[in-house]
Design a binder for this molecule. Structure first.
Ligand code: SF4
Ligand code: MG
Length: 351
């Protein structure tokens, strides 16, 4: 059967004064209904840009999006703005990191939750208000009938994020894209919101794309994970397998830099040294646009930060040949399985 969401060779480029940023450089993935895909990476890896491009929310004057995005068989890339608008809020919804950017301070939460419902279903204001009360209850806000006429500033940060989720789900979207939905919240509230997303996904059967820099968030929430680095997917697989047996040196580095639930609090966390590469391709000095030429980087983009490149025949291949992510479970890395197992075992952090 066709996957519910299918993304093929998504490329997102935007112009800045000095050149073109190749923010997403050939991303492909599939997502089934009722499943959660975690998209993980450091800031600058292309996660948020991907989310905006999927929704058609990028700035069309500066940003070019190519590739194929099929939602339930409908092509989204290049679709007219009118059609995208109908899809957003109706079949696709989005939750951002900061609930305050999604909510207007001037209107009651009830009105804001009801608004997309009324617009997309043609329901009356009264029906909209009832629906808002129902949704507030479903996202776990106590006494929803009494809170429906309150304003956003009357809620705590965690409760506001619940309001935003209620607003996102009011039209029963079949796809929910959540970009760092819990990053601004404290750990306890974070866990509650993630549980809530899990329950709602089951109840509504939505597919969820959960974007985060935090592998810990993905661990308890997602079914599958896609690890992004420098605008590309470098590893994919079922969450449990990726966490238990990471295949890409970058994924392994991410794992070593987050606290494990089971781990000794004294255990040192090891951040990955260095930072992601620039994805800017400068304009040539003659003022013409730089040719695309397959992106700004030769070889493996992780090479400057990789502790294992020497294992691949002295690292020459890592310098000259861009590793490709295979279909299914796998990593975009030149290490053979044997080299990886030996290398990872030898450099294991004490557990
Ligand atoms: Fe490291 Fe080479 Fe693998 Fe890139 S291809 S992650 S540089 S070992
Ligand atoms: Mg981001």
């Amino acid at each position: 059967p066709e996957p519910f969401l299918s993304v093929r060779d998504l490329r997102v480029r935007f112009s800045v004064e000095d050149g073109t940023v190749h923010a997403v450089d050939g991303l492909s993935f599939d997502l089934e209904r009722g499943r959660t895909l975690g998209v993980v990476g450091e800031s600058g890896s292309g996660k948020s840009v991907t989310a905006l491009a999927l929704m058609g929310l990028h700035d069309r004057r500066t940003t070019s999006v190519t590739g194929e995005v099929l939602l339930d068989g409908h092509e989204l890339t290049g679709a007219p703005e009118k059609r995208l608008e109908r899809l957003r809020g109706n079949r696709v919804a989005m939750v951002f990191q900061d609930p305050l950017t999604a909510l207007s301070p001037y209107h009651t939460v009830g009105r804001q939750i009801a608004e997309p419902f009324v617009r997309h279903t043609g329901a009356s204001r009264r029906q909209g208000r009832l629906r808002a009360v129902e949704m507030l209850g479903r996202v776990g806000i106590p006494q929803p009938a009494r809170r429906v006429d309150d304003y956003p500033h009357q809620f705590s940060g965690g409760m506001r994020q619940r309001v935003v989720i209620a607003m996102a789900l009011v039209c029963n979207p079949s796809l929910l894209i959540a970009d760092e939905p819990t990053t601004a919240l404290d750990v306890t509230v974070q866990a509650q919101i993630l549980d809530l997303l899990g329950d709602l996904r089951q109840e509504f059967g939505s597919a969820v794309v959960l974007i985060t820099h935090d592998l810990g968030v993905v661990a308890g929430t997602a079914d599958d994970v896609l690890v992004m680095y420098a605008g590309r997917a470098v590893e994919r697989g079922p969450v449990r397998e990726v966490l238990r047996d990471p295949q890409h040196p970058y994924t392994r580095g991410l794992l070593d830099s987050v606290p494990r639930l089971s781990s000794d609090p004294e255990e040192p966390l090891v951040p990955i040294p260095g930072s992601p590469p620039s994805l800017l391709v400068p304009h040539p000095p003659d003022g013409s646009r730089a040719p695309n030429g397959g992106g700004p980087l030769r070889g493996c983009p992780f090479l400057p930060r990789c502790a294992f490149a020497g294992r691949v025949g002295g690292g020459d291949r890592c310098r000259t040949e861009r590793p490709v992510l295979p279909a299914g479970r796998g990593a975009a890395c030149h290490l053979t399985e044997r080299q990886r197992r030996t290398a990872f075992a030898e450099e294991a952090r004490p557990r």
